[in-house]
Design a protein around this ligand. Structure first.
Ligand code: GLA
Length: 486
């Protein structure tokens, strides 16, 4: 959760803008709600290196902020962000060239990527004090590289940097879904936690201070938001530590209405997608801020299983019911998405949520009130209702593990929710590749457990999953409980 400079500032990003945004994030309620990363996207350097290959930045764009600092040192802005109790993020490309600020205006700058300098650059980012790095793919795509190979090398460069500085450098992969990163993103280079973009840019940047015909005509529609959501659904790849990235948010930006803001926030929250807000935070309305900081929506987003929702019903075309299994037994987050131009009334069919009978409670998240469990929910055109439902799970099918393998699973319908019970007494997160009969299925990042205790992670199994082979000591796989929802 945090802020990213690209959507609203594109290549005009500089120290002053970042300071102002960070200050706003720290004081408008977002920081308290959990937004913590302040990420500087493309435009922070123009491809210049010194004789030793070190990145050189424009001293006017990144001047000293405190006495004793040097102009042109990226450590200045990282320290400023840290002084507000926030974390700092930076950006590069996996190839030789970056995107050259595509699709914004301005001259083309070559050599803004990290190819040939992975170890040097990621160590430099970490030494400057950055806690997060977004790695784009324009250069990689141009050179026809394999994303799985390059991003694994970058993961290693990141791990090497972390060893030197002792600072965590969060890895954000941005190759727009071009090489199906949901297949190789989980656990790439043995990294314990990562996000990967699943589609192209949600919008071309809308920079309010740039008045030219190109920028003036840019306006956001519901299609931008819905397309990013639709492209981002790869629920089998997403579980504790590994997340599909639906792109930076455009909450409150030009063209967004309160209904669209609700839709956007609801879809990103129920997807446990990164909430990296790309808006100019100083221009957000109180309604937009209250959506971004809605505690119950954020509880859905931060659910420890971190799963994506499953579409369980579409009673009429364009009226969709999405349900996300949560870590608490019998709890679901439910979004009723109205993609149509007309308002609608919906009675949710609880049976589709895998609950026994009628749920115990139904909570309307936006309005923070309890509803009757047989309530009819009204959803205006291009809007979204968000709810938390508590009930009792239908009895799952239980499969005991044999030597870390789970055999003979019946997941005829897909996607299917499952809980995996395991023990990991190693004291640290273990990355476990998981094979199914169809090849490598995913990798899991299993947090440590204590003593004889076990823990669970949530999974969404692809249709037809029959056997799962987990092959990594010292983790002990105990049991898989498979829930049938329909
Ligand atoms: C690509 C990325 C965007 C942004 C721009 C910067 O288009 O997908 O998120 O980083 O590059 O040029």
């Amino acid at each position: 959760m945090g802020w990213n400079s690209w959507n609203s500032f594109a290549n005009i990003v500089n120290s002053q803008i970042v300071q102002q945004q960070a200050k706003t994030l720290a004081s408008n309620g977002m920081k308290e709600a959990g937004y913590e990363y302040v990420v500087i996207d493309e435009g922070w350097w123009l491809g210049e290196r010194d004789a030793a290959g070190n990145i050189v930045v424009n001293p006017k764009q990144w001047p000293a902020i405190q006495p004793g600092q040097k102009d042109g040192d990226m450590a200045n802005i990282a320290a400023y962000i840290h002084s507000l109790g926030l974390k700092a993020g930076i950006y590069t490309d996996a190839g030789r060239d970056g995107c050259s600020m595509y699709p914004d205006s301005g001259p083309k700058y070559l050599n803004t990527g990290s190819e040939g300098h992975y170890d040097q650059d990621f160590l430099q980012f970490s030494k400057w004090g950055f806690d997060y790095v977004k790695v784009d793919w324009c250069g990689g795509a141009k050179e026809k590289y394999s994303g799985a190979v390059q991003y694994a090398q970058i993961a290693h460069a990141i791990q090497n940097a972390e060893k030197v500085t002792g600072r965590k450098l969060f890895f954000s992969i941005c190759e727009w879904g071009s090489q199906n990163p949901w297949f190789w993103g989980p656990g790439v280079g043995e990294i314990e936690s990562t996000i990967w973009r699943t589609g192209g840019d949600i919008i071309p940047p809308v920079v309010e201070s740039l008045h030219d015909t190109e920028h003036d005509k840019r306006v956001i529609t519901s299609k931008n938001v819905l397309d990013s959501f639709d492209a981002g659904l790869h629920p089998e790849a997403q579980h504790t530590g590994y997340y599909n990235d639906l792109d930076m948010m455009v909450m409150g930006m030009r063209g967004m209405t309160d209904a669209l803001d609700r839709t956007h926030m609801g879809l990103w929250a129920i997807s446990s997608a990164p909430l990296m807000v790309g808006s100019d935070l100083t221009r957000l309305s109180p309604v937009t801020v209250s959506l971004l900081t809605n505690k119950e929506a954020l509880a859905i987003h931060n659910d420890p299983y971190g799963l994506q929702p499953i579409k369980v019903d579409e009673p009429t075309p364009g009226i969709q019911i999405w349900a996300k299994p949560m870590a608490i037994d019998g709890r679901r987050a439910v979004a009723i998405l109205n993609r149509t131009d007309a308002s609608t009334q919906v009675n949710v069919n609880w049976d589709k949520l895998g609950l026994k009978g009628v749920p115990k409670s139904l909570r309307d998240v936006w309005n923070r009130r309890d509803l009757d469990t047989n309530a009819t929910v009204s959803v205006p055109a291009h809007d979204l209702a968000l709810m938390i439902v508590d009930g009792e799970d239908k009895t799952p099918a239980e499969y005991r593990a044999n030597q870390n393998n789970i055999i003979g699973i019946q997941a005829r319908r897909g996607p299917t929710f499952a809980r995996l019970q395991y023990a990991n007494t190693s004291g640290h997160v273990v990355v476990v590749p998981v094979k199914s009969t169809s090849g490598l299925f995913t990798a899991l990042a299993l947090p440590p457990t204590v003593g004889s205790e076990t823990s669970t992670v949530g999974l969404i199994l692809p249709r037809g999953t029959a056997d799962l082979l987990f092959d990594r000591q010292p983790v002990a796989i105990r049991e898989l409980d498979v829930y049938s929802w329909q």
